[in-house]
Design a protein around this ligand. Structure first.
Ligand SMILES: [Zn+2]
Ligand SMILES: [Zn+2]
Ligand SMILES: [Zn+2]
Length: 330
């Protein structure tokens, strides 16, 4: 089978990514995973594989509803041992099987939701009305008037955009869902800044683009790069392709939020307000670039301290310098 960059030849239990797609592309096998998941879903712990709830062969066959022994046996053998494990007590899901079940649960639910009417914030850039939508597993906030934060790198007016599983809307009102989306985004960024993919734990490769003739004033993006930010970073997982392209300032701010470097009293790190995060980005973050070798320094002025994160051309963190505001020359 041809290997592409994103269907790597992973050899865990001998199942490549393409083989895993093929094994799971069958209704009966997915039903086996569903039945085993339901049997074990209420189990208290996730890690102790030997104590997971197992189902006997005959009970599993009955619940899946396939009477033909040969047929059932064939499909079960396709799932084992990568997705389903056989134990002395019967069958249970493997770690990979549980992950598949969790993914199905995470993406189940609402496909589309417009909750603009329930959002209290106005555009932090221009004060106009903002629209918040949920569509195709993405949370989006956009301004109805101004260009937004990303210039021509995102649809006009985009202020925030993040992937968000549909299950995350359950038991959360729109404001809470947005706060959870922001915090998750900061955590995603943090994983990536440390070179780890949150989706698959693969290695992240990063590159930096600098606008050499950058000039951006207020809400007017630079004529050369078409964005308000002079340094952009591309981060992409070598294994599954999970990627983000964002201003380096946003990567640094996400990391700073998630790791508690920011000490602003009004910014609740775990439930950040969209407006406060944008205000921080707009008013308290500065970027300087030096060449040969390329160094990007991002300074964030928090409430009691100022810190500077220095990055190289592959977004490696070279230094985090933190000082109390009283020590910082003004
Ligand atoms: Zn606006
Ligand atoms: Zn520019
Ligand atoms: Zn990945």
């Amino acid at each position: 089978m041809e290997q592409t960059r994103f269907t790597p030849d992973l050899d865990l239990d001998g199942v490549s990514a393409d083989e895993a797609f093929a094994v799971l592309g069958n209704e009966i096998r997915l039903e086996v995973i569903r039945v085993l998941w339901r049997a074990d879903a209420a189990h208290e712990y996730d890690d102790g594989s030997d104590i997971a709830e197992a189902i006997s062969y005959s009970e599993l066959q009955k619940k899946v509803g396939i009477e033909d022994n040969g047929k059932f046996n064939y499909h079960l053998s396709q799932l084992a041992p990568h997705f389903v494990r056989r134990t002395n007590d019967g069958y249970r899901l493997s770690g990979a099987g549980k992950q598949i079940a969790r993914t199905v649960i995470a993406v189940s639910g609402t496909d589309q939701l417009d909750f603009s009417t329930e959002i209290e914030d106005d555009c932090p850039l221009c004060g106009a009305h903002i629209e918040a939508t949920y569509e195709d597993q993405w949370l989006r906030i956009k301004c109805t008037e101004c260009d937004g934060l990303f210039g021509d790198q995102a649809p006009k007016g985009t202020l925030f955009l993040t992937s968000y599983p549909a299950a995350g809307l359950t038991n959360r009102n729109p404001d809470q869902a947005l706060a959870a989306g922001l915090y998750r985004c900061a955590l995603d960024i943090t994983y990536m800044m440390y070179g780890i993919c949150r989706e698959c734990a693969g290695h992240i490769s990063s590159s930096v683009t600098v606008c050499e003739a950058h000039e951006s004033h207020g809400d007017r993006p630079c004529a050369t790069c078409g964005t308000p930010f002079s340094v952009w970073a591309d981060m992409r997982c070598d294994t599954c392709g999970f990627a983000k392209r964002l201003p380096a300032e946003m990567f640094a701010t996400g990391l700073a939020m998630a790791t508690g470097l920011i000490d602003n009293q009004e910014l609740d790190i775990h439930s950040p307000s969209f407006e406060e995060v944008v205000n921080l980005l707009q008013n308290s973050v500065e970027t300087t670039v030096s060449k040969n070798p390329l160094r990007v320094s991002i300074t964030i002025k928090a409430e009691t301290s100022t810190f500077t994160i220095t990055l190289d051309d592959e977004m490696n963190i070279l230094d985090i310098d933190r000082r109390l505001r009283s020590e910082t020359p003004t």
